[in-house]
Write a protein that binds this ligand. Structure first.
Ligand code: FES
Length: 562
């Protein structure tokens, strides 16, 4: 196989001329022949002024490049799309597949022998892994790392769990604007990804569990020297992978690795978004992510990690308290530590050599968990024939079993218009249903599933209600929120047929979600239903025509498999 600059030559019908031209352009930048004969490591940088979570990505790329050179290879830094949660209209999830295509096609097109994928903000690591698994070139992930925790008037603050808590208090009138504004300056005090167990932290931890990072890479803060040392070591390891020609992503991504990821997802009380991303990443290797197994392993795996929103600490505490290898040691009996990693070691090798210190308050022992039950449960029933998810660790136990009438919102616009209407016919005994917010419906399945508590109830001290939708929820959010109802309403799922006042029964313990309306009436409603109009052009048209449902990862149907 051709390596380095000799690989993937531009097609002019004359390979020697193509190489002559390619080397000539690089000579214009002052490269010597010695440099141009080295193996090449691509360093995918997601630096962007629109992505404050990745403010350090440029510096990380330079540090990775130093490691690549130290190991005798030649680094090339290149850009791809960069997605930030707060700068992606209408939702970053709509663009995740576009970024995954960008990653895959650039990794396939450029003359790389290995690639370092720098990512972090929620959709970036999933998109990078999806693209890398499809391209199946030697690849290693480097998360940008998390922010340090904020401090405000004696309290430690974490984005975005405390953003939501403070905003809810402000909406309910228990926090004034001046106090809200003072806290605002401290919510995101450094660059890096959200420092609670949101989607970014979850996906960094799962990338490390799957074996796609060097040990410790999930947890080192963005602004720490540990992060820079890991970046240099990542560059060195990528150079070795470029020289040896492996391992490739499909050597690492196995059913065993995915099962380990499910155990860790439960033990860290990770974001429910990870379910969708793991399904998409697995699908790229022709594997199916086993949602029943995720539910099953959860029954044996308590929440051990004491991080917000399920607990009280932050990513920097997790790092200092033993990091992900420390957690894997605690979970050893539940994991298959023979799984391999990009470092060339198995997870077991990493655990065996990792420092023995563990902070028992942050990484709890199995007999003193943060939450004794499973963090995430998968539901099914007449309202969700292909499944739905609920984060039990973020829900109110008294609502695990619920039966009550629905208040239905047709869309995100309808929700925004009516949620605070004083005449909204809603009581704490209702459940709120949001539809047409799924992969096709929104489109892009936004993080709108944690519907706000109507002002008229919030101001009376109601902090949680059962909420059901085909949307997703931020990993930093909390509440008794049923998500990912599949099939979604816009694909003709039963969610499309619910009417105000219909009784819905949730039994999270029995894993059931049912619409208590008889089948003849549902059939009558089904005949009146028609699918929503599709976008006329562009990427959004491609998206709604090809996106799969949540249980398959919301990937494009034509990108799954080999
Ligand atoms: Fe980027 Fe939270 S917004 S990680």
């Amino acid at each position: 196989m051709k390596r380095g600059l000799r690989s993937r030559l531009t097609q002019y019908g004359d390979e020697d001329f193509a190489l002559f031209l390619r080397r000539g352009f690089l000579k214009s930048a002052g490269f010597t022949d010695d440099a141009l004969d080295r193996p090449i490591v691509g360093v995918l940088s997601t630096a962007s002024d629109f992505n404050p979570c990745h403010a350090t990505a440029g510096h990380l790329a330079e540090t990775v490049a130093r490691g690549v050179r130290l190991a005798g290879a030649l680094p090339f830094v290149f850009p791809t799309i960069s997605l930030h949660e707060a700068f992606s209209f209408p939702t970053s999830m709509l663009l995740r597949n576009l970024m995954a295509m960008d990653v895959e096609e650039m990794v396939r097109a450029l003359p790389l022998d290995a690639v370092v994928l720098i990512g972090g903000c929620d959709k970036t690591i999933p998109a990078e892994l999806m693209g890398a698994v499809s391209a199946d070139m030697p690849a290693i992930v480097l998360p940008v790392g998390s922010m340090l925790a904020g401090r405000h008037e004696g309290t430690r603050l974490g984005a975005c769990t405390d953003c939501r808590r403070l905003w809810a208090a402000y909406r309910a009138g228990s926090l004034d604007e001046a106090n809200l504004n003072r806290a605002h300056d401290q919510l995101m005090p450094t660059s890096g990804t959200c420092m609670v167990m949101g989607t970014a932290s979850t996906m960094a931890c799962l990338a490390e569990t799957l074996g796609f990072t060097l040990p410790g890479a999930a947890t080192a803060p963005a602004v720490s020297s540990d992060r820079m040392r890991i970046a240099e070591a990542t560059g060195k390891r990528a150079a070795e992978m470029a020289i040896k020609g492996g391992p490739c992503p499909r050597d690492i991504l196995t059913p065993t690795a995915l099962r380990n990821a499910s155990v860790v997802l439960q033990a860290i009380s990770g974001s429910t978004n990870a379910i969708v991303h793991l399904a998409a990443i697995a699908g790229r290797a022709g594997l199916s992510y086993d949602l029943a197994e995720l539910d099953r392993v959860g029954r044996d795996t308590p929440v051990l990690l004491n991080l917000k929103p399920a607990g009280s600490h932050f990513m920097e505490d997790f790092h200092a308290g033993g990091g992900l290898p420390g957690l894997l040691r605690r979970l050893a009996a539940l994991l298959d530590l023979s799984a391999s990693t990009v470092s060339g070691e198995t997870l077991g090798d990493v655990v065996a050599r990792w420092p023995t210190y563990l902070d028992d308050e942050v990484i709890r022992p199995l007999d003193r968990p943060v939450f004794p039950g499973e963090a995430i449960a998968m539901l099914s029933g007449s309202l969700a024939p292909q499944g739905a998810a609920i984060k039990l660790a973020a829900a109110t136990k008294a609502l695990f079993k619920f039966e009550g009438p629905a208040v239905v919102f047709e869309s995100l616009d309808d929700l925004a218009k009516r949620i605070d209407d004083p005449d909204l016919p809603v009581t704490p005994g209702h459940c709120m249903v949001l539809r047409n917010a799924g992969p096709v419906g929104a489109p892009g399945m936004p993080e709108a599933g944690a519907l706000p508590i109507p002002k008229k109830l919030g101001s009376k001290g109601i902090t949680d209600m059962v909420r059901i939708s085909d949307a997703r929820m931020s990993g930093t959010a909390f509440g008794t929120v049923v998500l990912h109802v599949t099939p979604e309403a816009s694909a003709g799922g039963p969610l499309a047929l619910v009417r105000d006042g219909d009784v819905i029964k949730l039994d999270a313990t029995a894993r059931r979600l049912d619409l208590l309306v008889d089948e003849a009436e549902l059939e009558r409603r089904r005949t009146q239903w028609s699918p929503p109009e599709k976008p006329a052009r562009g990427y959004t048209k491609l998206y709604v025509e090809h996106v799969t449902q949540a249980d398959k990862g919301c990937d494009f149907d034509f990108l799954a498999g080999s």
